[in-house]
Design a protein around this ligand. Sequence first.
Ligand SMILES: Cc1cc2nc3c(=O)[nH]c(=O)nc-3n(C[C@H](O)[C@H](O)[C@H](O)COP(=O)(O)OP(=O)(O)OC[C@H]3O[C@@H](n4cnc5c(N)ncnc54)[C@H](O)[C@@H]3O)c2cc1C
Length: 455
Amino acid sequence: MRRVPSRSVTLTGWGRVAPSRAELAEPSSPAEAAVLLDHAAPAHGVIARGLGRSYNNAAQCGGGLVISTARLNRIISLDPATGLACCEAGVSLEQLMVAGMASGWFVPVTPGTRHVTIGGAIAADVHGKNHFAEGSFAQHVTGFGLLLPSGEQRTVTPDGDPELFWATAGGMGLTGLITSATVQLKRVETALVKVHTVRTADLAETMAVLAEHDKTYSYTLAWSDSLARGARLGRSVITSGDFARLDDLPADRRASALAYEPRTRIGVPGGIPPGLINRYTVALASTAWYLKAPRERRDELQTISHFFHPLDGIRNWNRVYGPGGFRQYQYVVPAGQEDAVRESYRLVSEARAASFVTVLKRLGERDPGPLSFPIAGWTLALDVPARTPGLAGLLARLDALVAGAGGRVYLAKDSRVPAGMLARMYPGLDGFRELRARLDPKGVLASDLSRRLGL
Ligand SMILES: Cc1cc2nc3c(=O)[nH]c(=O)nc-3n(C[C@H](O)[C@H](O)[C@H](O)COP(=O)(O)OP(=O)(O)OC[C@H]3O[C@@H](n4cnc5c(N)ncnc54)[C@H](O)[C@@H]3O)c2cc1C
């Protein structure tokens, strides 16, 4: 087969930190991807890239080859009776939602953006607002095609090869290139979510309401005011919900109950001043957001985009942080470590770190993936401008707190945790490395992230 063309590009992740230059190729079939792997120089490395929505450099390979799945973007089949969808790896969740919703099927798990590929969703083993009830994305995958570093194409299922399946789920592209996957979608009667909103006064109330809503709703999360302090520390707006049933809709909306048209309303203009997001603007915006929320409201019907993907309403919102980019920090600590969660809020508030998107959720039971992030407990995500004074010290304190509490940071988001600290957080890391050594003895697969952390 002929050589697949590539071009030299500079890539970053969604946080726009740590750019690196690589050759980027866009094969249009698994066979073309196999040719690329075959010709790759092991010394330079190869890694897969989906839509580049990981915040860090997980989908970059400085000096090497990045294989984009942009052209592996066909939905091969979608059975309207069973909701089983077979897709090429570059199909986005948005594509799958649009195709599935026509016959009442929704993706089983969605992260906070719909601009994520199936390959990226498996490789990071993404979770959504329903992890406590429905687990991570990979738990709904019945099998995938994997192009191994040796060039062998394998079909991997959780029963047929559990070790490889679960190492790939969360393995950040380091076990092979996922070429396709079969996903079990979730039955819904409408494309609207019936939402219960609660505004809480402090962290104790936030955690109590989240725990309570776990028992009642399929989806829930808290957006917190990260700069609130004292008696207001951890005050939040919690939104929880379930897909509305047909009879939840007014009669005149039932005919279009499954209508779903995701739209991006506006874009961020160029030339944003570097200091726009700072502790003062974030304090103002957070207070306004918090005060605008009702103390309590039930049964509000929200669209999928509003409830699941509010940030997708603004194209390129990551530019708002200016040219220096931003760091996302997400940790999970086990249930029972509520004091660690409280301490993390205190550290962030005390450091006056301006995080507008500060989200607390509860996660359910973990799956067997050695690098899969979720464990049963509490997860907090923060977005902080990279140039925030004192940020490195704050994040190092959070690392120590999280590791001490038996928790970990998320590899789809981390851009700075030290390798030794990561090893404390992921006890399965050595096993993952051993599997990699067996699968990829020449070390063909590598990313900027894997090199930094020795994955
Ligand atoms: C606004 C926003 C909200 C988010 N919310 C959440 C959330 O709620 N929960 C959550 O879990 N995550 C969340 N994320 C993170 C995101 O879901 C993951 O980083 C996801 O992996 C991105 O998918 P992608 O297609 O953009 O992959 P990329 O970012 O391009 O790649 C991510 C990793 O997947 C690997 N990869 C990609 N395609 C393949 C393939 N075909 N085969 C093998 N490996 C592959 C890459 O090598 C890389 O290691 C969010 C991100 C954003 C920007």
